[in-house]
Design a binder for this molecule. Structure first.
Ligand SMILES: Nc1nc2c(c(=O)[nH]1)N[C@H]1C(S)=C(S)[C@@H](COP(=O)(O)OP(=O)(O)OC[C@H]3O[C@@H](n4cnc5c(=O)[nH]c(N)nc54)[C@H](O)[C@@H]3O)O[C@H]1N2
Ligand SMILES: Nc1nc2c(c(=O)[nH]1)N[C@H]1C(S)=C(S)[C@@H](COP(=O)(O)OP(=O)(O)OC[C@H]3O[C@@H](n4cnc5c(=O)[nH]c(N)nc54)[C@H](O)[C@@H]3O)O[C@H]1N2
Ligand SMILES: [Mo]
Length: 776
């Protein structure tokens, strides 16, 4: 091993142990496998406990009644699952309620709080305790003399941002991060500001999330998005759900799964863990089901591949369909393949050349299991394949999503009702962010239109994404970091490295609703700019404003807050952007102030600048908003060949080397990314514990690890450097051998910054190479 690597090991080991992320546990760690249905009364009880604890019983229910309600309420910030297209009933869920209540808390973090606690003191608090202090109420600036945040006026705060940005030698010395909560109007202004200043440095949470999906779908189909909508989900004969913990992270999918089961559709879940959504549910808004404890199955087949084994499974399914086609002419949709695709023969040859033994070894599934899935697919007239992070956060995420498309193309499952690819997006408006210009690699046509509509000269060189921005901050190349929402310090990989990167900045600016780690891990100068949340009324000169968001299925609709703002000093996100922009661009011809008076004006400009937003102001006010046209849905493929492209990628080797395990980092049921509600993970049977690792019992025995025994986890990065977590508890779990799983953000410490996918540049968060041993 070289000296360099030895140095990096020593450095990692020196990092002090971080404060806990979750709350102080209420008791001893417990693990009792969960045998109840997803949602239903367990969820109702959990919501009640949560509302009582948050003291939100008065505001909570009233607000929830206004959530996802055609165009008269606000969009649930909980996830990006679309609203019920019939608009008939409220489709609400436990985690959506928790998420909304979290924003509506009555607790406040004002200047007295910051006067009482230094930044060094707060840095020792848990992340739970930081957020639990409540809503931020006024702009604050870091005072290095006293090590406290002190109040600053909005005017001075903007002046500081403007001065620092104008003082940069090169506009590319700043990065503008977006977390996927940001509404479309603020998003549009934000990217306009960055580009008018002269940079495409627009890292976003999507760089850690669905970048792989966007790149793959773009390459295969000429569109960065899924092509199906909720009606398609309602008419599919077979649903394949890959790598998503839906009961926790997209709970409203449960309703779609229960409905699918009732109509006799096949539902195949592919996940190393059998998650709660792959069992049965009580649909929470169905009052009779709730009253009668009536459960509905939400799965007809569960397959547990090894972590990273999905691509081999998909290829195995394709191989089976191709084999079947030699005797059964209906196995393939030959007309579709001939008219609409290219690259089929090469793909067929590749499938034929891949031996079953290799597919079994790489997927971790038997040939019989792969054939079962293939049979479901072959017998269904209409299939949807849906996926989330279990597919994307891998080295070969792009290839795997393309393999999903390959499989769909074989039977013409595209451009017709009940069929197609359906990525489950994460943050409630992460898809809208990309549509409205948050893209560090913008297309030329996008920039051309933006230039014309906004009369600016946008930079053409590609900017930096999340990983590249962190590295550039670390190297001193980027000196200003602006975060529109989110919790960058904790969400990003390689925690100590990311901390050092942020601390190396001249100025960090966090536009936030609640106190979090990213306020404490800051640059030499630092601002906290508090903003309105989605539930709150946004008063501007021309009256109460609404913003728009886009869900996972490309529906754009309005969101209108109705609560009194948490403090009279909050600004809306569009107003914060406009304030920073004017200060940084004093001579800008963009009418920043005029835009903020009435968001219809922003939307009028967006209608001219963005593809698919024609007549935006009228269409967004239709009862359910409007759907952005998906060319691939109409079988128009904006690919170089003008056809849907089969890909023919080599199968990656995902089998862990002897002695090592593939570790997947994921969310518990009681957390929202870096926001932790409790130390429990109900559907996985965990209480009072987050510092855990789920393991196969045989792997534990082999290593001499006892049930709930303490272990040390060591990851080895591509460059050979090592990172450690000590004293975690090993939970014996139904997970394939060679695989392990635990929670983000604690486990981000194990993810090396340099370990990002060469296909998507996404940090590898689901296939971290680790060794696990009894605690030293
Ligand atoms: N309540 C709540 N809702 C959320 C969030 C939240 O934190 N809390 N986060 C939001 C965001 S930003 C996002 S991106 C989404 C995330 O939604 P998910 O993708 O569900 O997020 P994870 O918790 O990372 O869960 C990953 C799932 O993939 C499985 N998995 C791991 N590795 C593999 C693999 O190799 N193959 C397969 N097939 N499966 C694998 C894991 O077992 C787990 O079930 O949820 C959104 N919704
Ligand atoms: N190891 C590992 N790491 C991961 C992942 C993983 O699976 N494994 N998942 C990745 C994924 S998919 C994602 S999306 C990222 C998440 O990364 P982020 O989006 O950066 O993180 P969040 O935890 O969602 O951000 C929470 C903070 O957002 C602020 N906030 C909440 N609502 C609002 C609002 O309305 N406006 C504003 N301005 N601020 C608001 C609050 O201050 C809160 O503290 O994490 C990534 N990190
Ligand atoms: Mo995400």
């Amino acid at each position: 091993m070289s000296t360099d690597q030895d140095e990096s090991i020593a450095q990692d080991d020196r990092e002090p142990h971080e404060p806990r992320v979750g709350p102080t546990p209420e008791g001893e760690p417990e693990f009792h496998p969960y045998h109840h249905p997803a949602a239903g009364w367990g969820a109702a009880k959990s919501v009640t406990n949560f509302l009582v604890r948050e003291g939100a019983l008065v505001d909570g229910p009233r607000a929830i009644m206004r959530m996802n309600h055609e165009n008269t309420g606000f969009d649930c910030p909980g996830c990006a699952w679309p609203d019920d297209t019939k608009g008939l009933h409220l489709d609400i869920c436990e985690n959506g309620i928790k998420h909304v209540t979290w924003e509506m808390t009555r607790k406040r973090v004002g200047s007295e709080f910051f006067a009482a606690h230094s930044v060094t003191e707060l840095a020792g608090w848990s992340d739970y305790d930081l957020e639990n202090e409540g809503r931020l109420t006024e702009p604050m600036v870091y005072d290095p003399e006293s090590d406290h945040y002190v109040p600053i006026s909005w005017k001075d705060a903007f002046a500081l941002v403007g001065r620092t940005l104008r003082g940069l030698a090169d506009p590319n010395q700043a990065a503008y991060y977006t977390s996927g909560r940001l509404g479309n109007e603020a998003t549009f202004l934000y990217q306009l500001m960055a580009r008018e200043l002269g940079t495409n440095n627009l890292p976003d949470c999507s760089n850690m999330c669905h970048e792989a999906s966007g790149r793959a779908l773009q390459a295969s189909l000429g569109t960065g998005k899924g092509t199906v909508d909720l009606q398609d989900w309602e008419t599919a004969d077979a649903l394949f759900i890959f790598g998503v913990n839906a009961a926790s992270n997209a709970p409203r999918m449960l309703t779609a799964l229960a409905e699918a089961y009732h109509r006799g559709a096949q539902i195949v879940h592919v996940n190393p863990l059998v998650e709660a959504a792959a069992t049965r549910t009580i649909v929470p808004h169905d009052f009779t089901d709730m009253a009668l404890f009536k459960t509905t199955r939400t799965s007809t087949l569960n397959l547990q591949p090894r972590i990273g084994g999905d691509m081999a499974l998909l290829r195995g399914m394709a191989k089976a369909i191709l084999e079947q086609s030699s005797t059964d002419p209906k196995a393939l949709d030959r007309e579709f393949i001939e008219r609409h695709t290219s690259g089929f023969e090469e793909y067929r040859a590749l499938c034929e050349a891949t031996p079953w033994e290799e597919l079994e070894r790489q997927s971790g599934l038997s040939r019989a299991d792969i054939l079962k899935a293939a049979r479901v697919y072959g017998e269904a007239d209409r299939s949807i394949v849906s996926w989330c992070l279990g597919i994307t956060q891998h080295e070969h995420g792009v290839d795997t999503v393309r393999e999903i498309v390959n499989l769909l193309l074989l039977r013409g499952n595209l451009g017709r009702e009940g069929a197609g690819p359906s990525p489950v997006r994460g943050h409630s408006n992460v898809q809208g962010n990309r549509t409205c210009g948050i893209d560090h690699r913008p297309a030329e046509e996008f920039l051309d239109r933006l230039a014309e509509a906004c009369e600016i000269d946008p930079p053409r060189a590609h900017g930096k994404d999340t990983v590249a921005s962190i590295k550039a901050m670390h190297d001193g190349e980027i000196k200003v970091f602006i975060g529109m929402g989110g919790n960058f310090a904790l969400a990003a990989p390689d925690t100590p490295y990311t901390y050092a990167a942020l601390r190396n900045c001249e100025l960090t600016v966090q536009v936030s609703t609640k106190l979090n780690r990213s306020h404490l891990v800051h640059g030499r100068q630092a601002l906290i700019l508090p903003c309105l949340g989605r539930t709150e009324k946004d008063h501007q000169r021309k009256g109460v404003q609404s913003t728009s968001v886009e869900d996972s299925m490309s529906m754009v609709h309005l969101s209108i807050g109705m609560k009194k703002p948490a403090s009279p000093h909050l600004l809306s996100e569009p107003a914060v952007v406009a304030g920073m922009a004017r200060a940084a661009l004093p001579d800008s011809a963009t009418p920043w102030e005029w835009y903020i008076e009435d968001y219809d004006r922003i939307r009028d400009t967006m209608a001219r600048a963005l593809d698919g937003f024609e007549d935006f102001n009228r269409r967004v006010r239709l009862p359910l908003g409007f759907r952005i046209k998906q060319p691939a849905r109409e079988l128009v493929f904006l690919t170089p060949s003008g056809r849907a492209e089969f890909s023919s990628a080599e199968l990656p080797d995902v089998v862990p080397a002897p002695g090592t395990l593939a570790l997947g980092t994921m969310r518990s049921h009681d957390q929202w990314n870096t926001t932790i509600y409790s130390d429990n993970d109900r559907y996985r049977g965990i209480k009072n514990l987050r510092t855990l690792v789920f393991m196969n019992r045989a792997d534990m025995r082999e290593r001499g690890i006892a049930d709930m025994g303490a272990v040390d986890i060591t990851s080895t990065a591509k460059d050979g450097s090592r990172r450690h977590l000590k004293g975690y508890l090993a939970v014996p779990y139904d997970i394939p051998r060679g695989c392990a799983a635990g929670y983000m953000p604690e486990m981000n410490v194990l993810c090396a910054l340099g370990d990002y996918s060469t296909q998507s540049d996404q940090p590898i968060m689901k296939h971290v190479k680790v060794t696990i041993a009894p605690a030293s």
